[in-house]
Ligand binder design. Structure first.
Ligand code: GDP
Length: 197
């Protein structure tokens, strides 16, 4: 499915402009600068469709991309940037929380965590919400190339250990580097299983 052309088809700033669900969806969430756009580019091997930026927090829309009529990839606005105004944060909360907890056809949320920084309160908040709404999610450690392999494994094990009691995290933590390409194929294989064929 990742061989299909990636096509941007909708952006939503408010929940009322979210397009109706039509095909299976996988959403990508995480703090700004976690490497979300880079991961989407690496997964689809289509650079430039999803924009990467060094200025965190500028996109405050949910962006919808499709791979033919098989799979929809959803880029959720990043959170946790220090200089966001309160009203921007509130808008984020409302939009993302509603999407994540109520979306029909949402197969999986990939929650991206920067390997170097680990989990932050906002990540936990999102996990709590997904637990409550029984939204399936997958934790993905990003930028694994910037830390020693032994530390990547240690971070993954810690997260796995912390979430032992959560029933949703049956999926083992995945580890990727969009820069080196490590783990990308693995993640692609896991996500491709959620597509419609
Ligand atoms: P987003 O804000 O979550 O969409 O993050 P971006 O994909 O725009 O990446 C944020 C910054 O991290 C950029 O400077 C990227 O070049 C860098 N980055 C993204 N992925 C990786 C990675 O796998 N390894 C390294 N070393 N840097 C990365």
């Amino acid at each position: 499915v990742f061989r299909n052309k990636l096509e941007f088809f909708a952006a939503a700033k408010v929940s009322t402009s979210i397009p109706p669900p039509m095909i299976p969806e996988i959403a990508f969430a995480g703090r700004s600068n976690v490497g979300k756009s880079s991961l989407l580019n690496a997964l689809t091997r289509q650079w430039g469709v999803v924009r990467t930026s060094d200025k965190p927090g500028l996109t405050q829309t949910i962006n919808f991309f499709r791979l033919a009529s098989k799979l929809c990839l959803v880029d959720l606005p990043g959170y946790g940037f220090a200089y966001a105004k309160e009203e921007v944060k509130d808008a984020w909360e409302e939009l993302v929380k509603e999407y994540v907890s109520t979306r029909v056809g949402l197969q999986q949320v990939c929650l991206l965590i920067d390997t170097k920084w680990g989990m932050k309160p906002r990540d936990h908040e999102l996990i709590d919400l997904m637990e409550r709404s029984q939204t399936p999610y997958q934790i993905v450690l990003t930028k694994t190339d910037v830390v020693f392999p032994i530390d990547v494994a240690r971070h993954a094990m810690q997260i796995q250990e912390n979430f032992k009691t959560n029933k949703s995290v049956i999926n083992p933590v995945m580890m990727v580097s969009s820069k080196s390409g490590a783990g990308i194929r693995n993640l692609r294989t896991v996500l491709a299983k959620l597509a419609r064929y």
